[in-house]
Design a protein around this ligand. Structure first.
Ligand code: NAD
Length: 464
């Protein structure tokens, strides 16, 4: 919860939710003009505070300014532009085709706001993953409780300071705190919960939501494979793979988690990765201003445990410094059986490369695991890309690149199975935070025709 000003009483979670519910019931969030004004104000929040945003992201994750602009600021501004320019169209009723019996009626779908919704964000893209769903929730006309991650505490404080300055305080509010505070917050009834984070915590979110039968969107993680097969531009593949894997030092839900390729491809890939890593981050990556740091000591220890336990051979990187929460971009090969690196999502700068004999073996390997949030295939051969796309399932899919598919607001972003429920970005986010109300507006015409359905149900009516 945000700290109260002097002389002001701390507002309880239930008072907060009730205050927002009263605002929602007043209908203030419904008009297009209100939604547009709030979205425009949110755009000003980002634009006016760009430097401050980059600064807190650096405090939390040592995020390079370029990465902050690309993955936290521009992506949000892009989503805002998209929502503002499409809002009127999204809000239009959608007319549906009619039957003979409903020919004279107005039959359409109204997108209606859900009410008071809760957005719970993670720490890895602490601004983007809080504000993108907020854009969708505002566009759809909801009141919102925004719960940033306490782990990225500098960003959390800035969000708590700025939201009330730019957005309607009656309709949007920030709730602060960690697991205990979030559990207490979840005791309240929301009309929708939008959660981004780990699968483990998602289970307790769903449990809490089930008490009130609240619908939930889950944006989770998993192990995103990168299958490399057939003829391939190895230099370009190495650059794209290194960029996607070590952006935010691998702390991205859509980062390639591991590579699957043939032994021959691996033998070409490893030196290419080594070369690109030096090109991107220099001979001493620790000195590079372009590499973020692991978010916390706990996460650093978890990753180092994985490196200690792995049966594989570290062929690139492996250096680390606990004080600095630094782990060098690392590549591991020759993993045996149930390697620790393959048990869970890595979520850090460690890239295992596993070998397969054939494309079918690669596809079978992927299908033997939970459906990932993203699946990448690198190949010059379109038949390989098509075969992988048609014989696997994942939240999103991208060939010959990684992560980049999530920057397009026209594409739904979300998981499938264990990688998540529901999707957002652009129109998909608007839909996620809307109720599609099927409406039929009738008059009194055609009463004789209607008579066919009324009792008594004579044998003539049965024939008809
Ligand atoms: P997390 O689950 O630890 O925390 C996320 C949020 O949940 C935080 O706001 C935290 O305060 C809250 N929380 C933590 N414990 C809680 C509990 N017991 N009850 C209620 N709330 C609780 O996740 P994280 O470590 O911040 O994020 C990492 C995970 O998120 C990774 O698995 C990653 O793949 C996934 N992720 C997914 C996406 C996506 O868009 N699908 C994006 C980013 C991260």
């Amino acid at each position: 919860m945000s700290a109260p000003a002097a002389g002001e009483k701390m507002e309880s979670h239930s008072q907060m939710v009730e205050r927002l519910r009263a605002a929602f019931r007043s209908g203030v969030t419904v008009p297009e003009e209100f939604r547009r004004t709030q979205l425009t104000s949110l755009m000003s929040l980002i634009k006016d505070n760009e430097d401050q945003i980059s600064k807190v992201l650096h405090q939390d994750l040592a995020k390079p300014k370029f990465e902050a602009i690309l993955s936290e600021i521009e992506i949000v501004l892009n989503e805002l532009h998209y929502a503002i320019s499409n809002l009127a169209r999204w809000m239009q009723p959608e007319y549906v085709s009619k039957s003979l019996a409903t020919k004279l009626d107005d039959c359409f779908i109204r997108r209606e706001p859900l009410g008071v919704v809760l957005i719970i964000g993670p720490w890895n893209y602490p601004l983007q993953l809080l504000i993108l769903p907020l854009v969708s929730a505002i566009a759809a006309g909801n009141c919102v409780v925004i719960k940033p991650s306490e782990v990225s505490s500098a960003t959390e404080s800035l969000v708590a300071e700025l939201i009330p300055k730019y957005l309607s305080q009656d309709c949007y509010t920030v709730a602060r705190g960690g697991a205990e505070e979030t559990k207490a917050l979840l005791e309240n009834r929301f009309d929708h919960i939008f959660y981004t984070g780990s699968q483990a915590v998602a289970r307790s979110i769903v449990q809490a939501a089930s008490i009130h039968l609240t619908p939930v969107t889950l944006e989770l993680g998993g192990k995103c494979p990168c299958l490399i097969y057939g003829k391939i531009n190895i230099a370009a593949a190495a650059r794209r793979l290194v960029w996607a894997k070590y952006f935010n030092v691998g702390q991205s839900c859509v980062a390639p988690d591991y590579v699957l390729c043939t032994k021959a491809a691996r033998d070409a890939l490893v030196p290419a990765l080594r070369e690109v890593l030096e090109e991107f981050y220099g001979k001493e990556p620790k000195e590079s201003p372009d590499l973020s740091r692991i978010v916390s000591d706990r996460h650093w220890t978890r990753l180092m445990e994985l490196l200690k336990k792995t049966s594989g051979k570290v062929v690139v990187g492996g250096e680390a410094d606990q004080e600095d929460k630094y782990i060098a971009p690392t590549v591991v090969v020759d993993l045996q059986g149930d390697d620790a690196l393959m048990a869970h999502e890595i979520f850090g700068p460690i890239l295992p490369i596993l070998t397969v004999e054939s494309l079918e073996e690669g596809i079978d390997f992927i299908n033997g695991k939970e459906k990932p949030l993203a699946l990448y295939v690198f190949s010059d051969e379109s038949s390989v890309v098509k075969t992988v796309m048609e014989n696997t399932s994942s939240g999103g899919f991208c060939s010959n690149d990684a992560i980049i598919h999530m920057t397009l607001p026209g594409l739904p972003f979300g998981g499938v199975g264990m990688s998540g429920w529901g999707s957002y970005h652009g129109r998909w986010g608007f839909e996620e935070f809307s109720h599609r109300r099927g409406c039929m507006l009738r008059g009194w015409a055609l009463e004789r025709l209607n008579g066919l359905r009324y009792p008594p149900y004579s044998s003539e009516k049965l024939k008809w």
